[in-house]
Design a binder for this molecule. Structure first.
Ligand SMILES: [Zn+2]
Length: 426
């Protein structure tokens, strides 16, 4: 039995409802376009001063998100200008948001992101004052705003209760439940970027293990390099150097990651491996908490860690190192520094972190993956400093390493073997 199920789940919605929202948008009026783009608003707010060659310009990102969600309803500027404005019938009732990160706009037009006035989550109740074919006019905090009709419901969406029966409702390897950070969770208030959601997938295997593995595709938080968070919960300085030097008390909330010698950003490769690893875990009977499933999730390293602490039984962050000699895989081990190992929550958990790391490296080695040196390197990481479940940053190679689909499949198999041995499964 996973302890995750006994814990509080907030802002949960079945991805089924997101898919339904997407489907119902098809063939609707010209003002329609998929409105679910996780966490983009926070990213937009952080873009000023962004100096990150690895990230695409915001407009391209938005266009991409829109195209992926619903390409057939994208409009050219000309078409949009020619489309008639919707006419609203006055109504007065209550409607509920049924998607994650849904935008409320000052005008019924998805072609202009300047009109986004607020972003709300599933279950938010709104007073509807006007109805049209594709849009609802609503009153929100004293403002008259508009929301795409495909993203609202006249019935309050059911939160998925944290019970075994309810698991079945969300049990799908294609769907999943969106999980937001609960601000009441320990260390949540140390996070600076937390508007995104992770996705919890339930295994449909006949041999469910009742264990949830948090798969954290490293990097991929737009604007994350411009925001700082505290390295240690107690405010003490870092004891080793890394991306952030030893002695620092604050570090980038999420760094942008390196770029492979072939020009591929690390964040793309960590995501591809996360997806391959997820499929293997689900097939083997593990439930999976996916921190990131697209190019951007607005969850910093602390938010990712707190989500794993509360929703998973272990946390595996996937990375490649910034050296250029194809040195092999290793895990970031807990620094052998007395003050660090005495600091909570490290003191109560560091031996579990080490054991998980050792099992993962052994699994990779068994799958034929090249291992660097003894298989570990001491590093004072934000992730480790806030983890209350077994938690590891694993480096699968470096800038010179092959990251073809075939190699990622081998890496995913090795990681699965490591998870199996850590939890004492076959
Ligand atoms: Zn990395």
């Amino acid at each position: 039995m996973s302890k995750a199920y006994g814990r509080r789940i907030v802002s949960v919605l079945a991805a089924v409802s997101m898919m339904a929202a997407a489907a119902s948008g098809c063939g609707q009026g010209k003002y329609e376009r998929m409105e679910i783009v996780s966490g983009e608003t926070a990213g937009e707010a952080l873009e000023a001063g962004e100096d990150n060659p690895e990230e695409e310009p915001a407009a391209e990102m938005r266009e991409k998100a829109g195209e992926e969600a619903q390409p057939e309803t994208s409009l050219s500027e000309r078409e949009r200008a020619m489309a008639p404005a919707p006419s609203f019938t006055d109504v007065s009732d209550t409607i509920y948001i049924k998607g994650s990160q849904v935008r409320l706009r000052t005008a019924p037009d998805t072609g202009n992101d300047q009109n986004i006035a607020a972003v709300v989550n599933s279950g938010t109740a709104l007073t509807r004052t006007g109805d049209s074919d594709d849009w609802c006019r609503i009153s929100y905090e004293g403002q008259t705003l508009y929301v795409s009709k495909s993203l609202v419901s006249s019935e309050k969406p059911q939160a998925i209760p944290a019970t075994a029966d309810a698991n079945q409702a969300a049990a799908s390897t294609s769907g999943g439940s969106q999980i937001s950070l609960d601000n009441g969770w320990k260390y949540a208030d140390y996070s600076a970027i937390k508007s995104g959601t992770a996705t919890l997938y339930r295994s449909e295997s006949d041999s469910r293990k009742g264990i949830t593995v948090c798969v954290n595709a490293g990097h991929g938080t737009k604007g994350g390099g411009n925001v700082k968070t505290q390295c240690h919960p107690d405010g003490t300085p870092k004891v080793t150097g890394g991306t952030t030097g030893a002695g620092a008390t604050k570090a980038a909330a999420v760094s942008s990651g390196m770029t492979f010698l072939d020009g591929t950003p690390e964040s793309k490769v960590t995501l591809a491996l996360a997806k391959a690893f997820k499929e293997k875990l689900l097939a083997a009977g593990y439930d999976v908490l996916m921190i990131r499933e697209g190019d951007d999730v607005q969850l910093d390293n602390i938010a990712r860690t707190v989500l794993a602490n509360n929703m998973a039984d272990c946390h595996i962050a996937l990375h490649w190192d910034s050296t250029e000699n194809n040195k092999g895989a290793f895990f970031m081990s807990v620094p052998n520094v007395a003050s660090y190992r005495a600091m909570e929550p490290v003191a109560s958990n560091w031996q579990k972190h080490q054991s998980l790391g050792e099992n993962l490296v052994a699994g990779l080695k068994g799958a034929g993956v090249k291992i660097f040196s003894s298989g570990s390197m001491e590093m004072d990481l934000t992730q480790t400093s806030y983890s209350t479940v077994p938690s590891i940053d694993i480096e699968l190679g470096d800038k010179a390493s092959d990251h073809s689909a075939g190699t990622l499949d081998v890496l995913a198999s090795g990681l699965l073997a490591g998870v199996n041995s850590y939890f004492g499964k076959e």
